[in-house]
Ligand binder design. Structure first.
Ligand SMILES: Cc1cc2nc3c(=O)[nH]c(=O)nc-3n(C[C@H](O)[C@H](O)[C@H](O)COP(=O)(O)OP(=O)(O)OC[C@H]3O[C@@H](n4cnc5c(N)ncnc54)[C@H](O)[C@@H]3O)c2cc1C
Length: 470
């Protein structure tokens, strides 16, 4: 008896990869793509896995770059997106850039030619019919309004967002804790805290004025025409827009200095304070509270390093505001990407709260494998958190802290980065026995995390509990 199909909605980066993985494991797939009959605001063609903007998959350095490491893990797991990307690569230094048309045509052709994949063109304009017992929803940041409304009906209004409001995230080990201190406002412990939950960066009046001048003069990115009507202004103004409203607005908003005392300078009340809050369960990443922004990335790095304590900040993510449909996944999804409230529905790609072409495809890869395992009645063990796959999955399904004291959701999309991996003590000596010092220690740590990831990935791929039908 042939297996019943998995229904995959959305033939973008994630849906195409999910279809390939499930079909490669012997499970039939029906892939539904609404284009070319109905376009999104950003897509232009009817091709599967269309790249809507840049043609780059970013760094291809698997030894010391997190997205390069993800490339390599995907190659080892038989990724369609990476195979087509490698076939259509263009000269781009250390990055993997692709010929977008050749790439999309190749993905489309390989899926059309696969005997277990059938492709249906048309919008799925509401919840999938009840007889579809295994569904992957991979409809991306521009999910059609009818399907978005249906998903929102299932999840509740506040659990599906239509824009992101991203504040920068800083690696803990790049914060100068001889200048900053840990304290919650008025030492309040809140429901999950200790009273010392924030990292506080103090500013004198002169520092605040200089910072404000830099913010006001900084270059901003503009919204795309179709993004302009996005209702993001409710309650999450970009920091530079707050600055434009008056020189004191930030000091009465996210930078207010009340309820905080600097132990490094007792009795000297800071004029303003920037607060960082722990962002992931590992405690390696900290987000700048209230600093969502549309400033250009280079400007963000330059200006935010003016903040005392952040002069050497390394950013795991810079800020942004975009149209983006995504779930409050840490709350809604289980560890295999199924909607807890309706487990026949699995989610994949950017709608789960990852960010980027490669990350979306990687989540599609995991969803396709997990759904195929379920169909084949085999256990599916999620990849270890030490791998790039596992680190990404952990961020989406549980690694992020949703501990805002006022109860507002704080999960925001994230690219893969080394801050999502469990920390590792860097080697103290190189292969020749020389002591590793200064900046080289950071590079050595990345190489060690990447080597650990690939070794653990190989073990995961070879484990008997994995779906083994290749
Ligand atoms: C304007 C814009 C620019 C971006 N630029 C970049 C960039 O330069 N680099 C980068 O790494 N990431 C970028 N991203 C982020 C993101 O990584 C990509 O959007 C990526 O394509 C997401 O992959 P996905 O598979 O989740 O969604 P998509 O690739 O968008 O695929 C979703 C598919 O679902 C289809 N669909 C939607 N609703 C339905 C429905 N109801 N029924 C049937 N089909 C449906 C869509 O037509 C689409 O083909 C950008 C996002 C946007 C919106």
């Amino acid at each position: 008896m042939p297996h019943a199909p998995i229904h995959i909605i959305g033939g973008g980066l994630a849906g195409s990869e999910a279809a390939w993985q499930a079909a490669s494991l012997g499970v039939p797939v029906v892939l539904y793509e609404m284009r070319p009959h109905r376009q999104t605001e950003a897509h232009k063609t009817g091709g599967l896995a269309e790249l809507v903007c840049s043609n780059s998959f970013r760094s291809d350095d698997a030894a010391s770059n997190a997205v390069g490491l993800l490339h390599e893990e995907m190659r080892r797991a038989g990724s369609l997106i990476m195979a087509a990307g490698d076939c259509h690569k263009l000269p781009a230094g250390g990055a993997l850039a692709v010929d977008r048309d050749g790439f999309s045509e190749d993905v489309t052709r390989r899926l059309i030619e696969h005997p277990l994949v059938s492709i249906e063109r048309g919008e799925v304009a509401g919840l999938p019919p009840p007889e579809w017992d295994s569904v992957i929803i991979a409809t991306g940041p521009l999910t059609s309004p009818a399907l978005s409304a249906a998903i929102q009906g299932l999840t509740g209004e506040t659990e599906l967002a239509f824009f992101d409001a991203i504040a920068p995230i800083v690696h803990l080990d790049s914060i100068d804790e001889t200048i900053t201190w840990r304290q919650s406002r008025y030492d309040k412990p809140g429901p999950a805290g200790s009273g010392a939950d924030y990292i506080n960066c103090p500013m004198s009046r002169a520092e605040y004025e200089a910072f404000l001048d830099a913010l006001l003069a900084a270059e901003k990115t503009s919204f795309k025409e179709w993004e302009a009507s996005t209702p993001y202004f409710d309650g999450c103004l970009p920091v530079e827009v707050m600055a434009e409203r008056g020189r004191e607005t930030l000091r009465f908003g996210p930078m207010k200095p009340v309820g905080l005392s600097n132990p490094h300078r007792p009795g000297d009340r800071p004029y303003a304070v920037v607060q960082l809050r722990q962002d992931n369960a590992l405690g390696t990443l900290w987000n700048m509270v209230g600093f969502q922004t549309k400033l250009k990335h280079a400007e963000q790095a330059r200006i935010f390093r003016m903040i005392p304590g952040l002069a050497g900040a390394e950013f795991a993510r810079l800020g942004g505001l975009h149209r983006n449909t995504f779930l409050n996944s840490p709350k809604l999804l289980d560890a295999t990407l199924r909607l807890k409230a309706e487990p026949r529905l699995r989610f994949a790609g950017q709608i789960t709260g990852c960010e980027g072409y490669v990350e979306s495809a990687a989540v599609g890869l995991m969803a396709g494998r997990a759904a195929a395992a379920e169909r084949l009645d085999q256990p599916w063990v999620p990849p270890p958190p030490t791998t790039a796959f596992g680190a990404l999955l952990a961020h989406i399904t549980g690694g992020h802290l949703a501990a805002d004291s006022d109860g507002t959701r704080s999960f925001q999309p994230m690219n893969i980065n080394f801050g999502l991996f469990p920390p590792l003590e860097p080697p103290s000596h190189d292969a020749e026995g020389h002591r590793i010092k200064g900046k080289d220690r950071g590079a050595a740590k990345k190489r060690a995390v990447a080597a650990r990831a690939l070794a653990d990935l190989d073990r995961w791929l070879a484990a008997p509990s994995r779906v083994a039908a290749e």
